[in-house]
Design a protein around this ligand. Structure first.
Ligand SMILES: Nc1ncnc2c1ncn2[C@@H]1O[C@H](COP(=O)(O)OP(=O)(O)OP(=O)(O)O)[C@@H](O)[C@H]1O
Ligand SMILES: [Mg+2]
Length: 317
């Protein structure tokens, strides 16, 4: 089977064309990468130092070096539960990551209650907790027996103030929900991030009992302030060795690369390009090997064209 077996560019409808099986990392719902991730040298020490010191781990490195995947393996190995994800953009705020209060929803519900009461019906109770949802950071700071795992992904994309705002919360491991304090509601059952679980919050005060295991990732687009860096364990993803890439390929594709042959040449070329400063990611290599060893088992110039298509340097467009 060659590359042009699906779309042929002739405009002839072939609605019954079967697509190939997706690569294992592109099936949905997503498979966990916990079993296939291979830590580069020094990463396990950095993770263990962060765990022992109860400090966030800041991982920097180029695109596709596995920064966002590390935490999945740590959480799976140590039974820390599903990873909470806070994906940072320039609009991210600390307040939203702690909790959100749906003030408009509450006003609307209040109006409906008033109408019901005027009509002589049961108006129900006005429960402020029904309009509160903890964000990923707020959920990670709930008291728990095991630390929760929290990925603060791409912290370098944040507004300049965010790292500073985060410092205090991470230092103290606590925050307050002012809406609950204002209402003097003693116990409120508040919805948690991306789950149906509600958690009791006393007097609007959330205090962690086990500091969460936090991984923050950065592509180095913005320098982070020294007071912030001082409170993190820092690790930079190293350039991959040939042995690590062979191991990664085996983990993802079940492919023994060996010392010679076309696959070994591709792997060695990838390692050489990364070592010389080019920006190519391991998932480009995995995708290429998946196609070359599966649906697009092609030879000669077709094979070369496919490699050129998929293994482009990431620093260009
Ligand atoms: N050491 C590794 N072992 C196994 N798989 C890896 C490794 N490094 C990268 N990968 C794979 O490469 C892909 C990209 O990884 P990931 O998204 O974690 O990279 P990233 O560093 O967060 O990239 P970006 O900066 O673009 O967000 C994933 O499918 C991951 O499984
Ligand atoms: Mg990432």
């Amino acid at each position: 089977m060659t590359q042009d077996a699906y779309y042929r560019g002739d405009g002839v409808p072939r609605g019954d064309t079967a697509l190939p099986e997706p690569p294992p990392w592109r099936t949905f719902p997503r498979n966990s990468a916990a079993g296939v991730f291979r830590p580069p040298a020094g990463l396990t020490e950095a993770v263990n130092a962060a765990l022992a010191l109860r400090r966030p781990l800041l991982i920097t490195g180029g695109p596709g070096t596995g920064k966002s995947t590390v935490i999945e393996q740590v959480a799976a190995e140590l039974g820390l539960g599903p990873v909470l994800l806070w994906h940072i953009t320039s609009r991210s705020s600390l307040a939203d990551a702690l909790y959100r209060y749906d003030a408009l929803g509450r006003i609307h519900a209040h109006r409906i209650q008033q109408e019901k009461a005027q009509a002589g019906g049961d108006a129900g109770v006005d429960d402020v907790a029904a309009f509160l949802t903890l964000g990923p950071l707020g959920t990670a700071l709930l008291p728990s027996k095991r630390p929760r795992a929290l990925l603060i992904d791409e912290i370098d994309k944040a507004d300049l103030d965010l790292p500073g705002d985060l410092l205090d919360v991470l230092e103290r491991g606590e925050f307050r929900i002012t809406e609950l304090m204002r209402e003097e509601q003693h116990t409120a059952r508040v919805r948690t991030w991306e789950s149906d679980v509600r958690h009791a919050v006393e007097d609007g005060h959330v205090q962690c009992t086990e500091f969460p295991f936090i991984v923050m990732t950065s592509n180095g687009e913005q320098e982070l302030p020294a007071p912030f860096l001082r409170r993190c364990v820092r690790y930079t993803m190293p350039k991959p060795t040939a042995a690590l890439i062979r191991d990664v390929v085996h983990g993802h594709l079940g492919l023994e690369v060996g010392e010679s042959g076309p696959t070994a040449e591709l792997v060695d070329e990838f390692v050489r390009r990364v070592a010389s400063g080019e920006s190519v990611a391991v998932d480009q290599l995995l995708g290429t090997l998946h196609l070359l060893n599966g649906p697009a088992r092609s030879q000669g110039t077709e094979r070369e064209r496919l490699i050129a298509l998929l293994m482009k340097d990431l620093s260009g467009a």
